[in-house]
Design a protein around this ligand. Structure first.
Ligand code: 0L1
Ligand code: MG
Length: 262
């Protein structure tokens, strides 16, 4: 780590204020170019502690930048990991208020809930499949606090990987009823298809994203506990939305997840 604890705390406050006040900021590595990966995750952890100390519960984990389409869109080659809080959950088929967001984009994501704990190093797709309780379809609404989504990986990790809102819906299924690699996803905006992909777009298999998360946490002496809700990352590139837009995502064998931006 290169940053002092007080700098980590003040960057966490700076980024969380940007989220809560719906204002964009410039990427934090501009002022802290020597910041390393541990600093970035320490700032994210400090944001999580700030939320939890106000009574907001952490209700899941997220993998980001896990598909080639997303990596290409953002010009990166490494996945990132974050957390989601209770207030980020929005009802399926409901309205999402643009006034609470800066410049949201939507991502269609295959989500899972674990039945048993997963711990790296050495976690792999087989171990993940054995640990999945059920699979459900979701949409993540990302909203980078950085102006025009201009950031580098360390800045975006510190900003809790742009986590903002999420919607789950459709029909939960057991993993052994599905082939997560060939599971098709069609994303519609205002009734028109704007993106489509299959589960394999996510690191070859969505379970590989969860294995990467377990290995990331394992390197930090942590695990994915049993009963954890995890979003495996957008299968396609992220799609910008504005007030008045309706999003509907059709997941093969899992049903549909929809929402409207108002
Ligand atoms: O969930 C994601 O893939 C987002 C990761 C952060 C980068 C972004 O804001 O696009
Ligand atoms: Mg995402």
């Amino acid at each position: 780590m290169t940053l002092e604890p007080k700098t980590i705390a003040s960057l966490a406050e700076h980024l969380e204020n940007a989220e809560l006040q719906t204002t964009d900021v410039t990427k934090i590595t501009d002022d802290h170019p020597a910041m390393d990966w541990d600093d970035a995750y320490a700032i994210q952890d400090a944001i999580r502690q700030r939320k939890e100390s106000r009574g907001q519960r952490t209700v899941g984990l997220k993998c980001g930048l896990t598909s080639h389409a997303k990596m290409k869109q953002m010009g990166v080659t490494t996945p990132v990991f974050g957390f989601i809080s209770d207030y980020m959950a929005c009802p399926e088929g409901g309205d999402i208020r643009m006034s609470e967001l800066i410049h949201p984009k939507v991502e269609a994501e295959i989500c899972i809930v674990t039945r048993s704990a997963l711990r790296g190093p050495g976690c792999h797709v087989g171990a993940v499949l054995a640990a999945i309780d059920f699979v459900l379809p979701g949409v993540e609404i990302i909203d980078s606090r950085y102006r025009d989504f201009k950031f580098d990986l360390k800045s975006v990790i510190a900003d809790n990987t742009s986590a903002s809102r999420f919607v789950v819906g459709g029909r939960a299924r057991h993993a052994d009823e599905l082939d997560l690699r060939t599971l098709g996803v069609v994303l519609e905006k205002n009734g028109e298809i704007v993106a489509m992909a299959a589960g394999a777009a996510v690191m070859g298999h969505p379970a590989a994203a969860i294995a990467a998360l377990a290995n990331h946490l394992g390197a930090r002496g942590q695990e994915i506990p049993a009963g954890t809700f995890i979003m495996t990352g957008g299968v396609t590139e992220a799609i910008s939305v504005k007030a008045g837009d309706s999003i509907n995502v059709r997941f093969q064998d899992l049903g549909t997840v929809g929402m409207r931006f108002v």
